[in-house]
Design a protein around this ligand. Structure first.
Ligand code: CO
Length: 235
């Protein structure tokens, strides 16, 4: 019994040491990155500190394998980023709406990209019937996407194929959700250089697939979603 307890203590210490090492690795990794940037350009951080004018808003999944900058070979300052589980764009999410409003109306980005990825754990979880806790409420948005496309998805028997098709449909629906917002609709009335796109990252190849659902105006909106600023309710 004594030996067992001792073994357990050693194991816990090992885990704690490994955790500390991985934590410290982030800080030493940062110092290494800073040195590399300064070596290439001694004024790099002086320039970066002056401000940002990214041309793109990236709304992606929180999955650690799909970081916007690395995947697109872009540098700090080039992409404004919002990420959440399964890249959901919900019109009641103040976080997403605030990021969208700031990106569109202050930064004046020209491209808003919803970037999903094949093998998305959030989408796979939404396809299951297990309870995961609080997140079930978030995943409900994806179950709603399933219901809209159940005629197609019900016919797919292979689970991986089904997950990946739902990943695609989810991106399309979330991009459409962005177009429904007053933020995007009002911006289209003011300027013609704002586009909403839907992309998929194939983690197995690293390549991005453009779903070709790019929208640059309100034509695709169903009538029910059209909101006219001239018709503000006055009482
Ligand atoms: Co994901």
């Amino acid at each position: 019994m004594k030996t067992e307890n001792k073994k357990e203590v050693v194991t816990t210490t090992d885990i704690k040491l490994a955790q500390k090492e991985s934590y410290n690795a982030l800080l030493s990794g940062n110092r290494q990155w800073v040195n590399e940037q300064l070596k290439a350009d001694p004024d790099y951080f002086k320039k970066l500190a002056k401000g940002q004018s990214p041309g793109v808003l990236w709304i992606g999944c929180s999955d650690s394998r799909v970081p916007a900058n690395q995947i697109t070979s872009t540098k700090p300052g080039e992409v404004f980023v919002h990420r959440n589980i399964a890249n959901v764009c919900s019109h009641s999410d103040m976080n997403m709406l605030s990021v969208l409003d700031y990106a569109v109306n202050v930064l004046k980005v020209k491209h808003v990209i919803v970037a999903g990825h094949y093998g998305c754990g959030g989408v796979a979880a939404a396809l299951s019937h297990k309870q995961f806790g609080l997140i079930d409420n978030w995943l409900r948005h994806i179950k709603d996407v399933y219901r809209l496309h159940s005629h197609e998805l019900d016919r797919i028997t292979d689970n991986e194929t089904k997950v990946n098709r739902l990943v695609e449909l989810n991106v399309m629906e979330q991009a459409y959700n962005l177009c429904k917002t007053t933020i995007i609709q009002n911006a289209w009335k003011e300027r013609s250089d704002l586009e909403v796109h839907g992309w998929i990252i194939d983690i197995k190849s690293g390549l991005i697939k453009d779903l070709k659902v790019t929208t640059g105006g309100p034509d695709i909106l169903g009538y029910v979603y059209e909101l006219n600023s001239e018709e503000l309710a006055v009482h």
